[in-house]
Design a protein around this ligand. Structure first.
Ligand code: ACO
Length: 439
């Protein structure tokens, strides 16, 4: 009879170990063993025990989570069980943020209360504006965003009470409410424009557009357009969470030390800044601009295949079929460009995708467009400078980061400070040599 165990023979000692196999709620979604069960495998009493080696944590579960489900082989993404396609079609970002944080869709009364709390907390402390002013006007927007989030920790000392669930929820609302304001002020600062206060009578997204583009010649039409408002709402829904990615793992790691959520989220945003993560949308657009015209695509593809460069916005650690978010964004790019006017880069992107998807190099490695391939084109059409792209991603991902932080903090059994092991490969013990005796 089949048993849910793994039998391991240590050929060094001949000993046999029986290790339990763990399943989550859905056995069909995979199984794992507890890494600590390897520790009993020893060659002698003094041996520390066997560890598993996994740089990049490519095959390691670090938590059980009820937030987001991804099946990378089949291109499936669900938040709290709801398919991303349905949420992108029918929901709003604030409703999705509620869903991620609370685990259920809100009733009308719950949603009204949630929305009111968020829009009424969008104002940021006046001193934060002075802090923002200290950044150079050409500072990278993501650097400003990361720094300002971290600085906010000093304005809310009570946020350190991370073991108090009520305090956690207060800070969660405060952070979701303030990130659009920080993002918009980051943008206004870089343009040398006066800051626009949030208006509690406006929706979350419209507030953001208003804080960005009001009193800016040429941008009025953009922020008054319902297609644009909806496009941004959908982009935020698509970016809101993606289970244990690099920045979310950072959020959980810093959170595990019981740091306040501002410090943790600033660290998470720092991880997202990287060009292999949230910085890829900027890189993808810059790559498309460099390619410039369809004629230059074959030469560029050759460089990629020679490993001289990467096709940015392509490939994913988890999706090995297609990224379901990319499909939705591709369609939306067309709708946005109908409002803002044509952009030749969309033709370059389409052709590049077409050529790459029929090329053996990309087929063999299961490389498909990811969420960042077309999002940059939309952000550019909306008039954002490229360094704002990762900030927009971070703004939306804040809801996901916080839901994971709340899940971690609410789970006393799993809330252990993250402290991985290493395999030491440096020098063995040696005697200190005084400086005069060194050659
Ligand atoms: N262009 C060209 N080749 C690629 C690409 C790419 N975008 N991505 C992977 N490859 C190749 C690698 O060169 C490697 O080839 P090799 O076996 O000949 O050496 C193979 O595919 C496997 O690559 P890995 O780096 O091992 O794959 P991994 O799963 O670790 O990387 C990642 C995933 C980082 C996303 C990668 O695909 C990449 O660099 N993509 C471009 C950056 C990007 O778009 N990032 C955004 C990801 S989505 C997000 O964070 C929101």
């Amino acid at each position: 009879m089949a048993q849910d165990t793994l039998t391991v023979t240590d050929n060094r000692t001949g000993k046999v170990y029986v290790i339990p196999i763990r399943y989550g709620t859905y056995p069909e979604y995979g199984a794992s063993i507890s890494a600590m069960d390897l520790r009993q495998i020893k060659v002698s009493e003094n041996d520390f025990g066997l560890l598993s080696f996994d740089p990049g944590l490519t095959n390691t579960e670090t938590t059980a989570s009820a937030i987001t489900f991804i099946d990378g082989e089949r291109g499936i993404l669900r938040y709290r069980g709801y398919p991303i396609e349905q949420l992108a079609e029918k929901s709003t970002f604030l409703e999705v943020a509620y869903l991620l944080i609370h685990g259920k869709l809100p009733t009308f009364a719950e949603f009204t209360d949630w929305t009111n709390k968020i829009v009424q907390n969008m104002l940021i402390h006046e001193s934060i504006k002075k802090f923002l002013d200290g950044f150079h006007s050409n500072a990278h927007a993501m650097g400003v965003f990361v720094g300002t989030l971290g600085a906010k920790s000093t304005f809310y000392p009570a946020a350190k009470n991370v073991l108090d669930p009520k305090q956690r929820m207060r800070e969660t609302i405060n952070i979701i409410a303030s990130v659009p304001t920080i993002a918009a002020y980051t943008y206004r600062h870089s343009c040398g424009l006066p800051y626009v206060y949030p208006d509690p009578s406006l929706s979350y997204i419209y507030n953001f557009l208003s804080m960005l583009f009001r009193m800016q010649p040429g941008k009025e039409e953009i922020y008054h357009n319902p297609v644009i408002e909806r496009a941004l709402d959908v982009l935020f829904i698509l970016h809101a969470d993606h289970e244990q990615n690099c920045s979310t793992t950072t959020m959980r790691t810093v959170g595990s030390a019981l740091s306040d959520p501002y410090s943790a989220i600033s660290a998470a945003a720092g991880a997202l800044y990287g060009q292999l993560h949230g910085g890829a949308n900027q890189e993808a657009l810059e790559m498309l601009s460099q390619i410039g015209t369809k004629e230059n695509i074959p030469a560029f593809i050759e460089r990629v295949k020679n490993h001289e460069t990467r096709l940015m916005g392509f490939g994913h650690r988890v999706y090995k079929n297609y990224d379901p978010r990319a499909k939705i964004i591709k369609k939306m790019a067309d709708q946005v460009l109908e409002v803002t006017g044509p952009d030749p880069l969309i033709d370059v992107a389409r052709e590049l995708e077409c050529i790459a998807l029929s090329d053996e190099y990309f087929i063999k490695r299961k490389l498909y467009p990811n969420v960042d391939f077309y999002s940059g084109i939309i952000y550019k059409a909306l008039g954002f400078p490229v360094d704002m792209f990762p900030v927009l991603f971070a703004l939306a991902r804040t809801a996901g980061w916080l839901s994971h932080w709340l899940e971690l903090m609410g789970n006393e059994d799993e809330r252990k400070i993250v402290r991985p092991r290493q395999q030491y490969v440096g020098e063995d013990v040696r005697e200190y040599v005084p400086m005069d005796d060194r050659t």
